[in-house]
Ligand binder design. Sequence first.
Ligand SMILES: Cc1cc2nc3c(=O)[nH]c(=O)nc-3n(C[C@H](O)[C@H](O)[C@H](O)COP(=O)(O)OP(=O)(O)OC[C@H]3O[C@@H](n4cnc5c(N)ncnc54)[C@H](O)[C@@H]3O)c2cc1C
Length: 449
Amino acid sequence: MTMETTSIDTLIVGAGQAGVAMSEHLSKLGVPHLVLERHRIAEAWRTARWDSLVANGPAWHDRFPNLEFDDVDPDGFASKEQVADYFVAYATKFDAPIRTGVEVKKVVRNAGRQGFTIETSDGAIEANRVVVATGPFQRPVIPPIAPAAGKLTQIHSADYRNPEQLPAGAVLVVGAGSSGVQIADELQRAGKQVYLSVGPHDRPPRAYRGRDFCWWLGVLGEWDAEVMRPGKEHVTIAVSGARGGHTVDFRRLAHQGISLVGLTKSFDDGVVTFEQDLAENIARGDENYLSLLNAADAYVARNGLDLPEEPGARDIPPDPACLIDPVLDLDLAKAGVTSIIWATGYAVDFSWLDVDAFDEKGKPKHQRGVSKEPGIYFLGLPWLSRRGSAFIWGVWHDARHIADHIVTQRKYLAYRDPSQRHADGHREEVPGSAFPDSRVHKVSEMGVS
Ligand SMILES: Cc1cc2nc3c(=O)[nH]c(=O)nc-3n(C[C@H](O)[C@H](O)[C@H](O)COP(=O)(O)OP(=O)(O)OC[C@H]3O[C@@H](n4cnc5c(N)ncnc54)[C@H](O)[C@@H]3O)c2cc1C
């Protein structure tokens, strides 16, 4: 079927939470727009996550302001399917003009006239503006130190589904952010011998004095931090909503049976070498944990809040053997390791975006998502405007800013000086659009497919 829309004021690429939020704000402001999604709404939540994944934040927090989860306790953690269903319901609620199963292949600025020409898997389309909402985590990254393919099974965390997927034998999980730590825990509980390679991390308490860490980060202004603290660029955050939610405590994981090792340095002839940084990484994680308790206590005292004290939260379990005498070299065959899971993060892929919106390293140049290339916007990227930008609740607020910017630009472009107004003869046009109303077809009728 050929797309009926051949031109639109604003094209949104991607219908994850970012694309849905953007569509809601543009709908409210009356900006004609279309969302193109190559798969389904919130596809990443359905098919790019492991089976048992639940949201890292409680349902009262990890949602958009205008809709609650109707099937999840507000203090519970939505499963990945419930999160995906939530965004489908959300898009349906305001009849978002989303077209699924259409991939954007190329975006090129028009020469000598306004707007962009967009090549899609379903024909070409023109738009005055393009909002790139293709996600913060598009391309799984496996570092170059990974050993050559051999007998080992190696997968990225994006391809991990469940313990049954792996061959018999021990597993090395590289990376101990929220993904690595949750996967290692699940594999160990399924009876596997697990080595977990732990780098620098933050590990907030799941809850303290009766409040979830999402609440604490909110009232302490941490979600709104605009820039990453210097030195924190390579620090991941280890949190978990699994099994009702719990604090990630590496010592407890070790006492449970997981072998902790430092950062993975290299592989040579079947032997993996780890940095001698495990104790330091764990100690820094503890510092981060305790600093949040201190900040929370200070907040309670300053504001005279009646929240129950929780001295037990400061009890740190004794150091496990793997921390006192860390393994620095591991012969994978001798240790029975048959698989490696790389929980080493993601990169973005903007190869389809042929516009002048990137710096020399290929990173988007933008201010709060408003790109240096007029008409191009980015949404959903980590730290787009603040710490919360790539998360469910944060992206909605960033989308509102971008929508406001689009409306302002449309107003400027709609301006007519007196002679133009006279020549126009009071002819009505779509404000700020290079395309008259008549060329914007069927968008409102498309609904959610
Ligand atoms: C394991 C994991 C757990 C997470 N847990 C949480 C959590 O609990 N709470 C939280 O707030 N955040 C969480 N996040 C972070 C974030 O909320 C998710 O990554 C979320 O999916 C990002 O939404 P998005 O809309 O920005 O991107 P995505 O969900 O990735 O959506 C982008 C969409 O764009 C589409 N697309 C891409 N390229 C094209 C193209 N060329 N043409 C058409 N369509 C295209 C994709 O198919 C996709 O559907 C988690 C992330 C991961 C990886």
